[in-house]
Design a protein around this ligand. Structure first.
Ligand SMILES: *Cc1c(COP(=O)(O)O)cnc(C)c1O
Length: 380
């Protein structure tokens, strides 16, 4: 099946043997009756397994071109499960331009459990290789990165990870499986915060992991059950429903993203625009190679770099909503320095480009003329 068909049908064969419902039923149950001890129809207790969750996990695996999907209560719970496969003394090389919550999880929780994290820029494969030693177990990447929209060359890094026998994990939240397929590019684990584009309607928090390797999958399913950070059946149903229109939404997000990026690029009050679809973007060539299109996530800075101007702009928006998060049908705007990236020290933040006047947009699927008009009046 091609992607658009997989988004709707992938892994959904025979989801309701009882009544042949077209949509996966919501199995709102904690437990399942057994005819004699241990004799059941595949499900015993809903932390260990639930049919609605299984339907979602099969869909997740299908759209990512992977073998195994594992769903969690949030994106961070999914990342947490990956780190739990490591042991004290193990080392992780992570991109420094990483989602704020991921940085906090690595640096404020797992560092104290004896895992060592190296945060580096991932534009140079040599630099990554120079950080590898015999304790290195995982390379953590995110592309496009949040909020600077840097593009990391997944295929190039996978040659290094394979050479040294290290796992490569990619946070695919911004691109989604529609725009980019990290497993096909050589990654071992692909993570998505389904809270964002997969759900697509800003109404569910959920996390996804997809892998091909049976042993890694076994470990992750074990952690999913043993640590218990599972999503509920209703949330699984909602993400499944969201995935069915992922391809349509991503096409429109990308189209509107281009219109907004081009508008901002030419605006006299705008300093820099960060969108991988612009030819002026430093990683545009890699983006063109590894992504189908460029999506709806854009950051830009206002000339003069004042927090006051950024705040005033955000307060004046009418169609864009000032809010955390991204990936829903509605357009959102945020201020990384005080919102998503407030947990990163100012000095560290500015080193990677997150200046005080930086604005991050999640361009939605409204009429693009209304979006441009809104940005124009707020900048004025
Ligand atoms: C939101 C987000 C996460 C965390 O996901 P939650 O579902 O909020 O736990 C991780 N990575 C990226 C890039 C995100 O945008």
């Amino acid at each position: 099946m091609k992607f658009n068909t997989k988004a709707i049908h992938g892994g959904q064969e025979n989801i309701d043997p009882a009544y042949k419902s077209v949509m996966a039923p919501i199995y709102q149950t904690t437990t399942y009756s057994q005819t004699s001890p241990g004799n059941h129809n595949g499900y015993e207790y809903s932390r260990s397994g639930n049919p609605t969750r299984s339907a979602l996990e099969k869909s997740l695996a299908s759209i990512e071109n992977g073998k195994h999907g594992i769903a969690f209560g949030s994106g961070l719970a999914a990342i947490d499960a990956i780190i739990k496969t490591l042991k004290p003394g193990d080392e992780v090389i992570s991109t420094n331009d990483v989602y704020g919550g991921t940085y906090r999880l690595f640096n404020k929780i797992y560092k104290d459990f004896g895992i060592r994290f190296h945060f580096i820029g991932m534009q140079s494969v040599e630099k990554i290789e120079s950080c590898i030693n015999e304790r290195t177990k995982l390379i953590w990447t995110e592309t496009p990165t949040n909020p600077m929209m840097n593009i990391i060359d997944i295929e190039a890094i996978s040659t290094v990870s394979k050479k040294h026998g290290i796992l490569l994990a990619v946070d695919n939240t911004f691109a989604t499986a529609y725009l980019q397929q990290p497993l096909d590019l050589g990654a071992d684990i692909v993570m998505q915060s389904a809270t964002k584009y997969l759900g697509g309607h800003s109404d569910v928090v959920l996390g996804s992991l997809v892998v091909n390797d049976d042993d890694i999958a076994k470990q992750l399913y074990f952690i999913q059950n043993a640590s218990g950070a599972i999503p509920g059946p209703m949330d699984c149903f909602l993400i499944l429903r969201g995935i069915k229109t992922l391809h349509l939404r991503m096409q429109r997000h990308s189209e509107n993203g281009r219109a907004v990026a081009e508008f901002l690029k030419d605006h006299p009050k705008v300093e820099n625009v960060y969108w991988p679809g612009l030819e002026s973007h430093p990683n545009h060539e890699i983006a063109k190679r590894q992504m189908k299109d460029f999506g709806g996530m854009i950051s830009f800075s206002i000339k003069g770099n004042s927090t006051k101007d950024a705040v005033k702009f955000l307060e004046n928006l009418k169609v864009f909503t000032l809010a955390e998060s991204l990936g829903g049908v509605e357009s959102l705007a945020g201020h990384p320095a005080s919102m998503t990236h407030a947990s990163i020290p100012k000095e560290e933040r500015e080193k990677i480009g997150i200046v005080d006047s930086l604005i991050r947009l999640s361009v939605g699927i409204e009429d693009k003329e209304d979006l441009l008009e809104d940005l124009k009046q707020a900048l004025d």
